[in-house]
Design a protein around this ligand. Sequence first.
Ligand code: FE2
Length: 188
Amino acid sequence: MSELTEWAYPLAESLLAEPLPRRWAHCLGVAERARTIAPVLGQDAELLEAAAVLHDIGYSPDLAKTGFHPLDGARYLRDAADAEPRVVNLVAHHSCAWMEAEARGLREELEKEFPREAAHLNDALCYCDMNTTPDGTPTNPVDRVNEIAGRYGPDSLIGTFIRRAEPEILACTSRVLDQVAAAKRQPI
Ligand SMILES: [Fe+2]
């Protein structure tokens, strides 16, 4: 484990494990998924794993303020946890957050406060999140989006957001899987 992941796991655990054990299991699963694509991330593998385990801390009752979890989580990391800015920015923008932010009237706030990291890193985090069930087991993005829409209701804010985000979620997944396949083809 690197310094970054050694810091990230206990922090996420302290915020999620007790109040939201299922969400904690999900975050551990997303981090596990991040480790499986480490070969395509190179020196950013640990950055991605840290962001993965922390990505949903904004749901923690201790720090939920606006009710929009990517923004609440990123603000906490920036203001209270003195986190590395790249981790903060990945959490702020995870899994097409801008689209949900737009539906909540928070897009400008989100984008003003948190710059976007490189596209391949946002893709990687979206892939990890959208290929992991709420219980932390592996899934595929089609089932994942259907599960979210079903859980919140198709006409809810999140149900509408996730359907709008679906093409981008599927595109993220195929971009990441293409990179994984290309890395496997490379001669040693
Ligand atoms: Fe999330």
